[in-house]
Ligand binder design. Sequence first.
Ligand code: FAD
Length: 303
Amino acid sequence: VTDWGYFADLPLLTDEPLAKYTAARIGGPAERLIVIRSTTADLVDVMRRAWAHDAPVRVIGGGANVLVSDAGVPGLVVVNHVAGFTVHNQTGTLDVANVIVSAGTTLTVLVRRLATLGIDFAWAASVPGTIGGAVVNNAGAHGGDMASDLISAHVVTPGGEAIYPVDYLGYSYRTSRLKARSDRRFLVTEAVLRLRRDSPEAISARIEANIAQRKRTQPPGASLGSIFKNPPGDYAGRLIESCGLKGFAIGGAMISPLHANFFINAGSATAADYAALIAHARAVVAERTGILLETEIEMIGAF
Ligand SMILES: Cc1cc2nc3c(=O)[nH]c(=O)nc-3n(C[C@H](O)[C@H](O)[C@H](O)COP(=O)(O)OP(=O)(O)OC[C@H]3O[C@@H](n4cnc5c(N)ncnc54)[C@H](O)[C@@H]3O)c2cc1C
C-alpha cells in the first residue's frame, strides 16, 4: 500500500477516470493522478518522489497509444503537459535547424508553430500525442519518423539523468529500447530534433496534404490509431480486411469500415470490448493467414 503522505503538498486527484486523458476515451480510474503543466523540474520532482518511495508510477502524454483497462491503474499516473521549444541555428544560412522540445509538447501544435518559422516537421501534422510518446514509440507517418529526425533525448531515471543519442535508443519500426523496458522507470524530459528548413508556404502545403490524405484513408472520432504493427512486407489493415472483418464489432468497439487497422469507439466501448476485438482479429488473421499480428498500442492495467 502506497503512503501518499509523501505527496501531501501536491494536488493529486484520487480515483480519477483515465478516459478523460486517453485519445480513445477509455480507461478506468487512476488510484492517484496529477497533471503537470508547469516545469520540467516539477515533473522530475514528482517522478523522483515516486521512485524514492517505491510508489508505482506511470507517465503518459496524450494517451494516444495506450489502452487503459476498465479496472484502471494502481499507483500514480503523471500526465505530462510541460510544453515548449527553442530553436537553434535559426538565423544562419544552414539548411537545418536544431529544435529542443519539452516532452509534453503536442506534436500537432509543434508542427504548426515550426512551420511559421520555416522549419519542416510536416510528417507529424496528424499524429496525436506528445513528443515524449513519440520518442518512446518511434512515431512516424508520411515517410518520416522520429528515428530520422531525433538527435538525442534527455532521460531521467532513478539513477540520474542522461542524454541518449539516437543510436542508443535502438529504434526500429514503432519501437525503441525505451518501449521495450518493462520496468518503466524512466522519464523523457526533452528531445533534440534536427529538421530541414523550407519556406513556410511549402511546409504548410505539405501539412495540408498530409492531413487531407489522413481524412481520406482513416476514420474520424475516438480511436487508438493503428492497433497492430504492419508485419514485414504487408499491412495489418489489409490482412484484417482480407478476413472480412471490416465493420465487425464487439460491444461498443468496431473495426473501422474505412481502415481495418483502426478500431473505433462508437461511444460506449469499454477496454474489455477493445481487448476482445483485438484478440478476435489476431486469432482470425492467424488462423486464415498464418501471420501473428503484434500490437502497436500498449495495454496498461489489468486485462
Ligand atoms: C487517431 C490516431 C492516429 C495515430 N496515428 C499515428 C501515426 O500516424 N503514426 C504513429 O506513429 N502513431 C500514431 N498514433 C499513435 C500515437 O499518436 C503515437 O504513438 C504517439 O507518439 C503517442 O504519444 P502520446 O503522448 O499520446 O503517448 P502515450 O499514449 O501517452 O504514451 C505512450 C507510451 O509512452 C510513454 N510515455 C509518454 N510520455 C512519456 C515521457 N515523457 N517519458 C517516458 N515515457 C513516456 C507512456 O508511458 C507509454 O508507454 C495514432 C493515434 C491515434 C489515436
